[in-house]
Design a protein. Sequence first.
Length: 218
Amino acid sequence: MSKKSSGKTAVWIIAIILVAAVVGGGTYIWYDTQLKAQQQRITSLQSQVAAGAGTGNPAYLELTEAGNFDFEDEIDANGGVAADDTVNDATPAPTLVIENMDTNDAATNVYITMWDPESQVGGIPTSLEDTTLSFYVTYNGVLIPLYLSVSEVGTYSNGVNIGTIPVGGAVSALTFSAIADAAADDTYDDSGADYTIHAYVYQADAGSSQPASWTLLT
């Protein structure tokens, strides 16, 4: 090989290394930014909800859950999802009814969230976090995200404040749903595992939370 050819080869090798470094560095920065954004959202949720926490008496609430999240047909035998925006097709859909059975105390400043400010844990199993699943609640006809997955980075949202449930009162307008975006093989467990999904009813004025749970089928 001539010196001229060797020089050109060396230039190409250096160029390839530089491009790889830029691409790799860009990918790292993108993921790092996503993870930091996720942590900031969780910290924000904790601080916003905790800021309303007081020392009042929690009301005695009775929770009635129905339905489940069924993705048996959407998550294939290889642990992948073929198409974007695959909606949970369970019948009946997951729902929650909250009744205040207390004889003295109203439940005030009540949140529905998938991040529990009391125990500092999330309601999504670790094996389903950072996949392509997102979870929502519909309250009074409005669809509100509880856990959003963007490019397989999941973030808990602020949830929804449903206000006050008076003594003898009830909230029944809560329907939950989930969406799975397209996913490569082995994104999900391909053994047909079932998971428990939690949402929390948090009485911020009393600093008290109560879990509701449903099954997610894969």
